[in-house]
Structure formats: C-alpha cells, structure tokens
Write a protein that binds this ligand. Structure first.
Ligand code: ZN
Length: 353
C-alpha cells in the first residue's frame, strides 16, 4: 500500500479488496502507538475514494479526492476524536464543566450517524475513522453498536486503538480485526533511506519496530531533543537518592490534569527507560551491538558493569508490565511512579550527559 511501512501480512490483500470496493463495514486497527494505524486508515479512505485510473492500493495521492482526504477536508471522510483538545484551546473553565469531553460522547456518535446515513457526496464510500475508539463513552459505545448492527451500504468504519481489550465484546465481534505488528528493522531502514537519504537509517534501530517513531526522529529536531531529555531524566534519577526520586514521582503524577495526557507522559518514559535498561542487559550479556541506542553506549556500559544482569532483565520486564498497566488499567499514577523510584538501581557514577 502506497507509503505504508510494514504490515505486509494483511495489507496486500486489504489493498486489493479496497480497490474493488469489496471491504468489510468495520475494521479494528489495533497495535502500539506510532506503528502506522492512522496512516493505513488514511490510505484505506484514499483507496476507496481515489478518482485516478487505474486505481492503486493507497490511492494515487495526487487527485483532488486523495488530496482532500490527506488534508482532512473530504466531505465523505469523517474523523471522530474526543473534544478535549479543542475545549482546552477555548479555556480551561469550560473544559472543567464538560468533564465528558475527555471521552468521545454520544452526541458525537449521533452526529456521525446522521452524517453516515447520507449517500457519498463526492466519493464511492463514506469512511468514518474513530480514534481512539477506546475513548468512547459508555453511551457512545452502545449507540455505535446500532450502526455496526445495521450499517448503511456505503459505510466503512475504522476503529483505531492501541488498547482493543477496552472495547465492548459486542462491538469487537462485529468488526474485522487488523492487528498491527512491530515492523522489521530492515524494512524501516529501507523506507527511511528512500524518503530521507542514507543518513536517516540510524533511526531505524531506535524506533524498535514503530515506523512513526523513526520518521518523527528523522524529520524533527525537537523530537530528537525531547528524546535526549528523557534519557537524561533517567540517568539523573539513577544517580539520585530516594528523596529526590519521590519528589520526581509526585511532580510527574500531578503535572497534568487530563488523565490520558498524563498517562501518555508516563508511558513515554516507561518505553524509553525500558529500552535503556534492555540495552544495559544485552550489553552485560556481551551483545552491545544489539543495543537500540548506540549514542548512549557510555552510560549503558556503566549500568551494565554496576548492576547485576538479572536485575536489569527483571527491571526491563517490569517496565513493560507497568507500561501496560498505565494504558490498560486505572492504576494510581503516583503509586506506580513511586514503585519506579524504589526499583531503579542506584549508580552515582552514571553521568547525565
Ligand atoms: Zn487519487
């Protein structure tokens, strides 16, 4: 499919079906963040509504229809997301009054249903992308079920989520699953070289299977700086005593009122730091070339030499478990961060570079 990195397992067939218009009424696009779910949703909408001939999987990318979809202004392609970000722009007080804005509301789903009942205006299919589908309120989910039970003939619904287990089983049983898997490093490398030149291939390893991470790092200096800042935060914590660590846990737990945004901040740290710990573990085991962050070889070696290998492996596994806890459950952020503070190894000589 045009401009999609990875997921060849199901994309070839899906692309051919979309060209023929022979698609299911609803799909569940699930998998980790930055793995390509939104890109595939966009390309599916373009394949279904592209006006160029012969049609290609992913759409031509150049016709008026493809360009409108890319810009988010095609009348037959509707994005449904939670309203909280729009409301934040209008001022915090309004946001507080409307606590439901942190979820996708039943009013949004009803508006979508009215829209979906109309025939396509310019294209062949009306496509609705719901992102993140796990953010649907309880009432919104029940309302959506009606559409899934009796979908209009021209409708294709794409439910995007990193946490499909949070959707109602009655919804999941009516949609076709498209589970996205980590993309092999050589595939990401090849795509980066093609788009940005050979210098960009170094971001393939650090992406750990997520093409979106590699593309962001290749394009965006701010993203590279943010990533380095998170690494520095980790090494500073490792070189800190418990008092400073607990202060850090309290600060981060209270830093953001919006639970989802705060959890994303915590998740980002758990992913990044889990990789740093894993790098130390593989280095301790004599496989430093398997490290995903070669630019941190000095700090990684200090951790590998100063902390028992088994402890590093256990900790990397704990970080992965905590990451799932943060996105899939209602674990207390403060308690989880204090656990991180307690469990991190203490190494005063790991310099925060
Ligand atoms: Zn096109």
């Amino acid at each position: 499919m045009r401009d999609v990195i990875g997921q060849r397992r199901f994309l070839e067939k899906l692309g051919e079906q979309a060209i023929r218009g022979d698609v299911a009424h609803a799909y569940e696009l699930s998998g980790p963040r930055s793995i390509g779910k939104n890109t595939v949703a966009l390309r599916l909408a373009q394949t279904l509504n592209c006006t160029a001939e012969p049609r290609i999987a992913g759409g031509c990318g150049a016709c008026v229809s493809c360009m409108k979809i890319e810009k988010g202004i095609h009348p037959d392609v509707l994005m449904v997301t939670r309203l909280v970000d729009q409301i934040e722009q209008r001022g915090k007080r309004e946001g507080e009054r409307k606590a439901d804005a942190k979820l996708i509301s039943i009013e949004q789903i009803r508006a979508m249903q009215q829209d979906l009942a109309l025939r396509p205006l310019e294209g062949r299919k009306r496509v609705v992308v719901i992102d993140d589908a796990a953010d649907l309120s309880e009432h919104a989910e029940v309302a959506l079920l009606k559409t899934l039970e009796e979908p209009p003939i021209h409708a294709v619904l794409l439910l995007v989520t990193p946490t499909p287990a949070r959707l109602l089983e009655t919804i999941r049983s009516r949609i076709q699953p498209l589970p996205f898997r980590a993309v092999p490093r050589d595939e990401i490398e090849a795509a980066l070289a093609k788009r940005f030149g050979a210098g960009a291939t170094r971001f393939a390893a650090v992406a750990a299977g997520r093409p979106g991470v590699a593309i962001t790092l290749a394009l965006d200096e701010a993203a590279r700086n943010a990533r380095a800042a998170l690494e520095k935060e980790f090494y500073t914590l490792v070189a800190s005593r418990l008092t400073e660590r607990f202060a850090w846990a309290a600060d981060l737990a209270e830093s953001e009122r919006d639970t989802q945004k705060r959890n994303e901040q915590i998740e980002t740290r758990l992913v990044s730091w889990g990789e740093l710990l894993r790098d130390a573990a593989v280095t301790a085991a004599g496989a430093a070339d398997r490290a995903t962050r070669p630019e941190r070889a000095t700090e990684t070696r200090k951790l590998a030499e100063g902390v028992p290998t088994r402890e590093l492996v256990d900790l990397a596994q704990s970080f992965e478990r905590w990451r799932r806890d943060v996105i899939e459950t209602t674990v207390s952020a403060r308690m989880l961060l204090e656990l991180v503070a307690l469990k991190l190894p203490y190494r005063a000589d790991v310099v925060a570079a």
